[in-house]
Design a binder for this molecule. Structure first.
Ligand code: SAM
Length: 237
């Protein structure tokens, strides 16, 4: 964990507390133990978990450095990425973790209990449904997602959940900039505007990483998100 703490400091300029380091160590242990039974993630060795899951998730803060959100929804969180590492780093953040798959949410619930995290809401469901539910629609400062869908689909999942003035954040690999270009019309229709494409560098990782930030400028039209499955089947063009 020492190298992980050093990497966090060099990449993000943040010194983790002993309590936070212990929380990441517990998260890693539990992820390895659950993964042996439930196949939660393809990344299985401790070194890669620390860099490609924990540190990569934490890089989201580079997108909001001077203006951190109070409320954040993580769509397609899987084993809690990026939402849970962000919650460990920022205890005051109100985090909502969403995934359609029960066993992934069960792991997230287990982690919330083991780490005694407060102000974390867990929802088993689809982004398309939440986006049409008044309790969630246009309620969040930031909606984030990593490895969930191509940009034209992802913006239909994320932007309806974001309040006007808030932002959607997609963590993307090498295809991020090109995907964003293809999603330009969808972003506009859904009330967003591309704000920033920020390259991110992780120690020892050669693959390109990008944070794509889309500011919510105006209300999303009521017909979006469309019914479950339609955004992926027929992305907005
Ligand atoms: N974000 C995590 C990560 O980076 O490790 C998990 C990524 S995993 C490849 C994609 C996850 O998104 C899966 O757990 C899947 O169940 C979830 N997912 C995909 N489409 C979704 C939707 N429309 N609503 C909710 N969850 C969705």
């Amino acid at each position: 964990m020492e190298k992980f703490a050093q990497d966090v400091q060099s990449v993000l300029g943040i010194k983790l507390t002993p309590r936070q380091i212990a929380a990441f160590a517990t998260y890693e242990q539990e992820l390895l133990a659950w993964n042996a039974r439930f196949n939660l993630t393809a990344i299985r060795d401790p070194e890669s978990i620390r860099t490609k899951h924990f540190l990569d998730s934490l890089t989201c803060i580079l997108a909001w450095r001077n203006n951190p959100p109070q409320t954040l929804i993580d769509i397609g969180t899987g084993a809690g990425f990026p939402g849970l590492p962000l919650k460990i780093l920022l205890p005051h953040l109100e985090v909502t973790l969403v995934d359609s798959v029960g066993k992934k949410l069960a792991f997230c619930r287990h982690m919330v209990e083991v780490l005694k995290l407060e102000k974390v809401t867990l929802i088993q469901g689809r982004a398309e449904e939440l986006g049409q539910t008044p309790a969630h629609r246009e309620r969040y400062d930031w909606a984030v997602a990593r490895a969930v869908a191509n940009m034209p689909v992802l913006v239909e999942y994320l932007l309806p959940l974001v309040r006007i003035g808030g932002a959607a954040l997609a963590q993307k690999g090498a295809s991020g900039p090109a995907e964003t270009q293809v999603a330009e019309r969808a972003i506009h229709i859904l009330g967003g505007q591309l704000q920033q494409i920020l390259p991110v560098y992780l120690p020892g990782v050669v693959e390109e990483r990008y944070l794509i930030v889309i500011r919510k400028q105006s209300a999303t039209p009521p017909g979006y998100p469309r019914r479950v499955g339609l955004p992926a089947k027929k992305p907005i063009q």
